[in-house]
Design a protein around this ligand. Sequence first.
Ligand code: ZN
Length: 533
Amino acid sequence: MAYSTTGVTLQMFKDQLLKGRIQNMSASQERFDSVCAKAREAMVLHSTADTLEWDERTGMPIAAGDYRAQQISMLRALVHELRTDAGYGENLQQLVEDLKDEDPHEPRVATVRQLHRDWQRDCKLPTALVEQISQATVRGQQKWDAARQADDFSIFENTLENIVDLKREAGSRLSEGTNQSVYEALLDEYEPGAKVDEIQQVFDDLRTPLVQLIAAIRDAPKQPDTGILERTYCIDDQRDFSHHVAEQIGFDFERGRLDETSHPFCTTLGPHDCRILTRYDPHWLPAGLFGTMHEAGHGMYEQGLRSDWFGLPPGSYASLGIHESQSRLWENQVGRSRSFWEWLYPQTSDTFQSQLEGVSLDAFYFAINTVRPSLIRVEADEATYNLHIIIRFDLERQLIDGSLSVKDLPEAWNTRYESDLGIRPPSDADGVLQDVHWSAGLIGYFPTYTLGNAAAAQLFAAASEQIGDLDELFARGEFRLLLDWLRERIHFDGQCYSGTELIERATGKPLNATDLVKYLQAKLEPLYGIAGS
Ligand code: ZN
């Protein structure tokens, strides 16, 4: 039945409307396909540069360095061009409008949101500033290296001052039009959406019980014999053994490789190509073994991301904190647990017969769980590690807000080490100059390490509750259920949820310090024979 007012029947009106909607939908679909194609194209170039970097760090002849730098910087420039293209940005802006009423966690919507966010951030920084930062950080790393060799902070001071000024300027531009502080805008690059107040709360809740626990451990009469880990462990045996362990916990060698380098890392070169790198020390068994488990944890996260969304936000890691939670969980909650060694120790003492002859499982387990305040972050144990991070988090915020000058940084550093860890660095090389981060312009990066530690403990506690007795599984060398749990709750969603949202969804509560404190107390107090507080 036709109903007509202005000569247009209702049916005709409906048809028009539907046609219009279909046209809009198909225009929207075209825009979506176009931005995805562009983002994937950028990823092809980006991963090619990463492949060249992997080669540079695993065996490239030293003389090839200059040409390699040209290759990589040309590819990176092309990536930047694609990602800041005006037409690409217009499409993204239109898509944000098209999809504003849709479910924000749906992969298409998440894709548009994240790509738009990246595009906006890229566009907020003028090319001249980006170039200044890039030059300052290249020089920064050279000066930092020279200062470290000479053990003299003053060689690095002016360069660092320049880097801090430039990063402050970048942060202030990035924070425009948002409710973020300058530091938060810098942090946002590594931990999207993170709030300084929330991080501060987690760190405050962590600091007091940790300082108490570490002091009690220092005074405990029972101490481990770490000498057993310093015997000569043949590198060939360590290499085979680490490969075996990585495979057993779930790293897929059909879609990945394990190699060696001086500074271990994990890099993804394609949807089915994840490279992990470790470092073996013949006189310190934990370096290679736990380094491998750590990087395998990163690698298993990458391997658990959706390959059909490779190069797009639903197939990309959520944040650095989440990435670190995966590596730490396998390294510490699994790799430093007693049940894990009930399974692995017989094989270990078989492989390293002469080194471990007469060493009991308990003595070995105690030795790999040594807690001792030390000067160097990368060598720190899982309890004191977080104090190293809290110091850096406090100092870098002060540098950015101007309340601490670069000139006063070494003294501020040493004072904090003395008050927080009870040891004063005897030199800048073992103090303020030990990390590459600030010289590379990575300000706002450090807190993600401890966020990762807190998240690892919280995820592990939730997994234990939901899966059941994990110790019983580990003692049998069974890790699949835990990996599947992580795949389903963390890996599968990529960036469809923020890091904070992922933790809350998986564990039922916001990220907090409680589970990490409980986990460390429950393990370390009985080991050291100290009474619980
Ligand atoms: Zn890591």
